[in-house]
Design a protein around this ligand. Sequence first.
Ligand SMILES: Cc1cc2nc3c(=O)[nH]c(=O)nc-3n(C[C@H](O)[C@H](O)[C@H](O)COP(=O)(O)OP(=O)(O)OC[C@H]3O[C@@H](n4cnc5c(N)ncnc54)[C@H](O)[C@@H]3O)c2cc1C
Length: 605
Amino acid sequence: MSGGSGGGGGGGGLAGFVRGASVDAKTRARLADAVPEEFFTVPDGLTPRARQALTYERLRRAGLAAPPAADLLADPPALCALLDRAAVADPALFHVMLLHYTLALGPVLRFGADEPETRRIRGELESMAAFGTLLMTEVGRSNSHLSPRTLARHDPDGGGFVLTTPDARAAKFPTNTAHPDVPKTAAVYATLVHGGAERGVFVFAVPLRGGDGAVPPGVRVVPAPDTTGLPVDYAAVLLEDVRVPYGAWLRDGAAIDAAGEFHDPEGTAAARLTRSMGIAPRVWRAVVSASAAVTRAAAGTLLAHSAGRTTLGRLAPRRPLTDYNNQREAVLGALAAGYALTAVAAHATAPRPTPASGAGGPETAWAPWSAVDRDLALLKAAATTQAQETVSACRVHSGAPGFAAVERLNSYRGLTHAYTNAGGDNELILYDTARAMADLDRYVPPEARDVAPDADLDAPETWLALAGEAERRMRDRLADRVAAARRSGADAFTAWNGNLVLAARTAGACADRLVLEILAAAPAAAAPDARPLLRRVLGLHALNLLERRAADLLNEGAAPPGVLDRLWAARRRVCDELAPHAGELAAAFELPAAVTAPSAFLTAP
Ligand SMILES: Cc1cc2nc3c(=O)[nH]c(=O)nc-3n(C[C@H](O)[C@H](O)[C@H](O)COP(=O)(O)OP(=O)(O)OC[C@H]3O[C@@H](n4cnc5c(N)ncnc54)[C@H](O)[C@@H]3O)c2cc1C
């Protein structure tokens, strides 16, 4: 297996598939300039605060060099391309950039009215005079997104609002607000209380720290201890009767009139919550896309480590490492996951109708996410799970150099691991998806299909039939079990709590089937010369997905005993075919040299 660019057709076509057709070459070049190669390394010896300051300085430079924020937010593939490059360069930069654009500026642009305070805040964020931050999660209770205890009350005298953290358990955490010198403006999620009633969850734009480092009256920032997993300036924030003007309310058509009457076109507090969480799809697209980007980078890094490396094992001294099937299948499996997630990202970022508020997704019990957009939330969960697994495997298969000589794989692991919780907790998304599946709430199960025991595992019809059959049977059993528990008098908590393992696996099976549908359709979007190799490499990922799902396939009787042997044999065959193309597959990722170059430390220790 070679790490070079490899021969054969399809190289240009493969690169075109990875790049996608949505961002033109000029914009792509501008986005690359916004995150220059210099950003791919961090100087040694910085204190945590100096490291954080550098991240924000780079965010400022990137924001000023990139196209205007409003244009980026209106163009998901372009915003994702910028964020992808940041993720591959430095996951901490990706994290603060994502927060700034999608979670702070996003609600200002989407929900803000044309009022002086809103315009002022927008101007500061767009000019990078202040960095955007998100105050949504509260530290003391799980599922705090469903019902934030941070309160906003209208102040009839001043005309604005007073924001209050009722107690320490309602402190907003985590937030990236600790750095004492970096100006921050927050999108604060708070429950609006008016006329003695809760009116729903709204977003307020609140300056937290000025350019001089000063914190406004009532804002208390409690820095968290230094951490390394995704190194930013974490802090808890408490708001102690913080006064903001009326224009800080990103009111999205709601209003309090001169007589003090509250009006909201959304109608109910539940619909308002879903609407306020409607900023999430931009986050999910970016997280799916960045998951693909760091998976590609990790796969390229693993190939660079493995290609040309010899072994001293006594079975065959000096045999190349990639002649051993464990390493060969790890390298090619990682490349395949990179291609598969690229296809999923292209699907997630493609234009499609935004579900109307409250009508797009099913009712939810665990988190607001699936109500906003069930499939996109589910793809976010699937993509981060896959990226986390692949990046971790790349780290393990890169041995000590992958851990100790360069921080890159550890930092990708930190990012993908963090985003299994961040951006919508994966497990909660799975449970809400499973509940919608059981209730047939905007969900249609796959049709029943007979799969012959010797069905061709290279054929997309077979992948879809196997995955669909497992999903259908699991859904039916889940629905039956929950219904039976309810009939025998169990309350909703007890009925579901007894079935959470099956629920998570059922939703996971649905995610697999969605991904397999994307993989089956993806080669048609590639240049004809790239399609044969693309089919093979996406087919390898399909086999790996089915292997991961094998316990359920067997448990449900959707596949007979022996299916794992057949999957392993098919994978061995595909890997043998793909091995000579490994360099070509990695070259099409067009990774910056800084990502795959051996650590300077190792070349001259
Ligand atoms: C690196 C990082 C950065 C973040 N940045 C921000 C930020 O800038 N601003 C912000 O507002 N938030 C941020 N978050 C918070 C993120 O949104 C939450 O971590 C996430 O939603 C999970 O909530 P939680 O932390 O309260 O954990 P919990 O809700 O307590 O979850 C812990 C575990 O319990 C499980 N669980 C929770 N509730 C239930 C239930 N009802 N049933 C079954 N299982 C349950 C979950 O699946 C999870 O495994 C960040 C998170 C991370 C990891």
